[in-house]
Write a protein that binds this ligand. Structure first.
Ligand code: CA
Length: 249
């Protein structure tokens, strides 16, 4: 099969949830250029909104400044990493120059698709998942204190879920002069469904619940809506954002 012929379609939806006054999440996508992003801002309402939307805009702007087609798939992921570093710089400088925005930052999860290859890149605790063969798998690893404790065997998943430390993230975009995103290489296949989401989704719903909703045979926009509705039904304690990308031939 000629996997260079893989095509991608996408839909995204963001919702304030039921408890927050504003929505500090942001998303952006350039389907034709193969880049998809979800950010979850922090630092107080106005600052969080600025950080997440600035990070999305700057990453897309830098990434799309490159000419396509890419000389190699690796050039695409390199361009994405560079764009994320530029976005880090933009958010960090903006905070430095505006005392009201001091300390603002954002998570970022991005999916980059180029020819037969794709990658997740992440900073913070927004997540990238893959549904293949009706099975949901979390691909990215959270940069959060509790998740790192779980991975080190010092805390159980159950303890992490209810820990008072669960909001502490250990890596963010824009809070320091430097950031290093993690990069996860994917081998996309026709039928793959990628989910990018903020923690307002992944904290309200278990992986099993997300998997079951995503296995419904419905268009992407309806799947986004069903995820948001379910997260709100479960409490809607935080802003909820989901972005779905389907690979097909
Ligand atoms: Ca959040």
């Amino acid at each position: 099969m000629d996997l260079t012929a893989l095509r991608y379609s996408a839909q995204a939806l963001s919702d304030r949830g039921r408890k927050r006054e504003s929505n500090e999440d942001a998303f952006g996508l350039l389907v034709d250029q193969g880049i998809f992003i979800v950010c979850d801002g922090m630092g107080g309402a106005a600052a969080g909104e600025v950080a997440s939307s600035l990070a999305v805009e700057e990453t897309l702007r830098k990434f799309s400044a490159h000419d396509q087609p890419w000389p190699s798939p690796e050039a695409a992921v390199q361009a994405a990493e560079d764009a994320i570093l530029a976005a880090n710089d933009a958010v960090y400088r903006h905070a430095e120059q505006n005392p009201a925005f001091a300390g603002m930052g954002t998570t970022l999860v991005a999916l980059v698709c180029a020819g037969p290859q794709a990658w997740f890149l992440n900073v913070g605790d927004s997540r990238g998942y893959l549904v293949r063969g009706r099975q949901l798998r979390q691909i990215t690893l959270d940069h959060s204190l509790v998740d790192e404790q779980v991975r080190a065997g010092r805390m159980t998943q159950e303890q992490a879920l209810y820990s008072p430390l669960r909001n502490i993230i250990t890596r963010a975009l824009g809070t320091r002069g430097q950031v290093t995103p993690d990069v996860f290489e994917l081998d996309p296949e026709p039928g793959d469904l990628f989910l990018l989401c903020s923690d307002g989704l992944s904290r309200e719903l278990s992986d099993a619940e997300i998997e079951s909703l995503l296995n419904a045979d419905r268009p992407l926009d309806e799947l986004c809506k069903s995820l948001i509705d379910a997260a709100n039904h479960a409490g809607g304690g935080d802003n909820i954002t989901c972005l779905l990308v389907r690979a097909s031939v």
